[in-house]
Design a protein around this ligand. Structure first.
Ligand code: ATP
Ligand code: MG
Length: 242
């Protein structure tokens, strides 16, 4: 378990979608400055959990707690105002807007409006080195991810939920992304929940891992140890054999 109390947590989350149970009794939390890996084979329920944590879905049972406050009934944008940031599995950017226009929309999303200085600071923090005049739609995958991350970073969230941020990146880009994520946790003190289904990628960066399989939490702890757990191996083996 984390050494300091969780800044963001959920307790006993259940949800049914399409007439079947998708998540059953999920409890987990992340401490400030901690990187929690959320692992599990395809279809395990990782993204659905993020939908609940971020406020797009309401669980049928259970609670979501942000900085000591019960936010289970709060909408996505209200949670964002309280310091929750989230990125999505696909790095979708508004193709027809320039990078500067995307930043401006993000700066003006909530009051008080942020300044250009905030955007420049966030771009620098994530190592986004492209002119503000280029079209967001022309950016490569890593720069798209950086742009979306920088738009969140401007408001200095206390927690970031990152859904498969390494998807579509090559190894050297994954290393760069890992060092950005590490910086957000270690230097800026954010709690980070990071979804990934490739175990080997998480062992390089996560302080702790939880493993989901078929909607249940089947293992939790130190990444290296968790990956040796026979239940975890079985969950992955089944997927590879399918
Ligand atoms: N809106 C929905 N209605 C019905 N079933 C859904 C819905 N959303 C997700 N599911 C089902 O819930 C299960 C978990 O899906 P989810 O996308 O959360 O998995 P995941 O762990 O993120 O997978 P991946 O690694 O492929 O991204 C899947 O079986 C999926 O088909
Ligand atoms: Mg997913």
């Amino acid at each position: 378990m984390a050494t300091s109390p969780a800044v963001f947590a959920c307790e006993d989350i259940h949800i049914r979608l399409g007439g079947r149970s998708i998540l059953e009794g999920i409890s987990l939390g992340v401490a400030p400055g901690e990187i929690l890996g959320v692992v599990g084979p395809n279809g395990a329920g990782k993204t659905t959990l993020f939908e609940i944590l971020s406020g797009r879905y309401t669980p049928s049972q259970g609670r979501v707690i942000l900085a000591g406050k019960d936010v289970t009934r709060l909408k996505l944008f209200d949670r964002a105002r309280l310091g929750l940031g989230r990125t999505y599995q696909s790095p979708v950017v508004p193709d027809a807007l320039t990078v500067g226009e995307v930043f401006r929309a993000a700066r003006q999303a909530f009051r008080p409006y942020l300044t250009r200085f905030h955007a420049e600071w966030a771009a620098e923090k994530v190592g986004l080195r492209v002119p503000m005049s280029v079209l967001a739609g022309s950016l490569e995958a890593l720069n798209r991810r950086k742009l979306l991350l920088a738009c969140l970073l401007m408001r200095k969230p206390v927690v970031m939920l990152l859904d498969e941020p390494a998807a579509g990146l090559i190894n050297s880009e994954i290393d760069e992304l890992d060092s950005i994520i590490r910086h957000l946790a270690r230097e800026m003190g954010m709690g980070i929940m990071l979804v990934e289904h490739r175990l080997e990628l998480l062992s390089a960066i996560a302080d702790r891992c939880v493993v989901l399989d078929l909607g249940k939490l089947i293992a939790e702890g130190d990444p290296e140890k968790v990956f040796e757990d026979p239940r975890v191996r079985a969950a992955y083996f089944e997927v590879e054999a399918a």
